[in-house]
Design a protein around this ligand. Structure first.
Ligand code: ATP
Ligand code: MG
Length: 565
């Protein structure tokens, strides 16, 4: 490609709401242009990168035996009513009406459509297992679209859906997808981890997320230094303390804490460690309020809490009025000692191992010291309800946990019979009996990968593409083309030769000054830059610069080809 014939449009200024590097750099490099909130045009430059990612994904899906198809983006309401998700999916679902006033949604995902396809196409166990995939535009009306294409409303996803007669067959394909995903992210040059993921409302079965490690990631992941255990922090189990709870020692005493409400204030005021305090949260349960007790230095894990039978989904903190009505006490002074008997007290494993602790006094302006479970405070149940922290023991018993930030670029899931059951997608087994199919689903955020790669690899000057994602591998620069036709010819010849060797090359023939030209090429992240100049031609060399290095090297053309081989 000749840059003079391309639409390269780098920009200097980016809007202040471009908070993270990838968002800023994609705008500056001119890879994307914002149309409206969460909606982006992929420019010719951006699209070259997006297509590279798509191609790697496609090749590896094909290699793993998946079969490509393409489903409509617009999906009829009736299908979503069959699965029960028309109402359940929530506000992320963009609902639309046609001229006949019929309702549709713009697909945020395709379980319904593929299951409908499968129930019509698949009749016999002999057609199974089968794995269909597509690479297609999704729409999700995200609450907070941000970070450019990282969390957009319209984005490109690869979604695959497999169908099986047995859960063993599902587990096999799941394993094959796990391998395929690992190959994809390795080929794309990303540093990633596959982590155990929460299975959400569907429950039960296996699920992994593929997380690209980056400080700007929205997810936290916990991984062990002594094994290959890794999990989304939502899912990571906090083991019970191995030491037995000490016997009560201190006497229960009510102390005045007139204005001290938070753990930090109370522990500083009383001169005790937050680890020795109990934090009590009152949340709305199915039948009235529920108390959750944690050690003062720990945080609640909302996903774990949402699974408690006393709750009906995500925890919602009780309002000040509700707390007052139930306990006659203001928030900040609530504790497990003397709570009304109709409030269940769910105690975290570590909190349950404390003796002689500090907790709210259930009377305004007071706390207790020397409190003890059973003796002073009721325990309805001990549960794992906290977030793991750096240094916790790994749940598999090997090593300790570290926390890192990640960007979720892929998610694989054993759905089981959920959708097939709802939509009555069955096949005949070898006995001629009708069986509901088992399903797996496997997503990759194709457009998000582009941003994630930049988060992982950039510097002040711009993007540093992994080779497999670069818009072009090599840039050949012509310095002073008007001044020296020989230089121009030599650069043209080198460009043609590189292309003939199948090396994707861009010829910077825009006639810019070197400084401007190099700044653009660094910003857009071309891995290899070669300058043809009069001086170099006289010496029989090219001036070579690798995007990841800070110095030029004089190399011969042969050396260049060896380096690119
Ligand atoms: P997240 O937790 O980031 O919202 P999700 O769990 O809703 O993602 P899935 O339903 O598993 O996402 O979708 C498959 C993949 O699509 C995700 O792993 C992610 O890479 C990508 N993806 C999801 N939502 C978006 C979005 N709003 N913008 C860009 N990519 C997205
Ligand atoms: Mg997910």
């Amino acid at each position: 490609m000749r840059l003079s014939q391309f639409h390269l449009a780098t920009v200097k200024e980016v809007p202040a709401d471009a908070e993270i590097a990838s968002h800023r750099l994609m705008l500056r490099a001119g890879m994307i242009r914002r149309l409206a909130s969460g909606l982006y045009t992929w420019t010719p430059l951006g699209l070259r990168v997006l297509r590279k990612v798509e191609q790697v994904v496609r090749e590896e899906m094909n290699r793993a035996g998946a079969i490509e198809l393409l489903m409509p983006a617009v999906q009829p309401k009736e299908l979503w009513e069959e699965s029960g998700r028309w109402d359940k999916f929530g506000d992320q679902l963009l609902k639309i009406r046609d001229r006949k006033d019929q309702e549709f949604c713009f697909g945020p995902t395709h379980e319904e459509v593929i299951t409908d396809f499968a129930r019509n196409e698949l009749k016999s166990y002999k057609q199974l297992p089968v794995n269909f995939y597509q690479i297609q535009t999704k729409f999700r009306d995200e609450i907070r679209p941000r970070f450019g294409v990282m969390r957009a409303r319209e984005f490109l996803m690869k979604d695959a859906y497999s169908f099986h007669l047995s859960s063993e067959s599902l587990a096999d394909t799941y394993g094959a997808m796990y391998q395929a995903y690992s190959r994809i992210f390795n080929r794309l040059g990303l540093t990633f981890r596959a982590v155990q993921a929460d299975t959400g409302a569907i429950g039960g079965n296996a699920s992994h997320e593929f997380q690209v490690l980056a400080d700007s990631g929205e997810d936290a992941i916990a991984f062990s230094d002594g094994s290959d255990y890794a999990a989304n922090i939502e899912k990571a189990e906090a083991l019970a303390s191995s030491a037995a709870r000490p016997a009560p020692h201190a006497e229960l005493k009510r102390v005045d804490t007139p204005t001290q409400k938070t753990i930090a204030q109370v522990s500083a005021f009383l001169g005790v460690s937050p680890r020795q305090c109990i934090k009590t949260l009152l949340v709305r349960g199915r039948d009235g309020l529920v108390a959750l007790c944690l050690r003062g230095d720990h945080e609640i894990n909302e996903v774990k809490v949402s699974k408690l039978p006393e709750l009906s989904g995500e925890p919602v903190l009780a309002s000040e009025e509700e707390i007052l009505a139930a306990t006659n006490t203001r928030p900040g002074f609530i504790g497990p000692v003397g709570l009304p008997a109709d409030i269940p007290v769910i105690v975290d494993r570590d909190a349950a191992a404390l003796a002689d602790f500090v907790c709210g006094g259930n009377a305004d302006g007071t706390h207790y010291t020397g409190a003890n479970w059973e003796r002073d405070a009721r325990v309805s149940r001990v549960e794992d309800i906290r977030q793991v922290v750096e240094g916790d023991r790994s749940p598999d018993g090997h090593g300790s946990l570290h926390i890192a930030r990640g960007i979720e670029v892929g998610h694989i899931f054993q759905l089981g019979p959920k959708y097939a059951q709802a939509l009555d997608a069955t096949v005949l087994d070898d006995q001629g009996k009708s069986q509901v199919m088992m399903m797996g689903c496997y997503g990759i955020g194709v457009s998000r990968i582009v941003a994630a790669a930049i988060e992982q690899s950039h510097d002040e000057a711009g993007i540093i593409w992994p080779e497999a994602m670069a818009p072009w591998r090599v840039a050949v620069c012509i310095i002073n083309p008007k001044h020296s036709p020989e230089v121009r010819d030599a650069a043209e010849a080198l460009y043609r030769k590189l292309e003939q060797h199948g090396i994707e090359t861009v010829l910077d023939d825009r006639g810019l000054r070197p400084g401007q030209m190099f700044a653009d090429l660094e910003l857009i992240g071309i891995p290899h830059r070669v300058v043809v100049s009069e001086r170099g031609m006289a010496a029989g060399t090219l001036e070579y610069r690798n995007r990841g290095e800070s110095d030029n090297r004089a190399i011969t053309e042969d050396e260049l080809f060896t380096l690119l081989a």
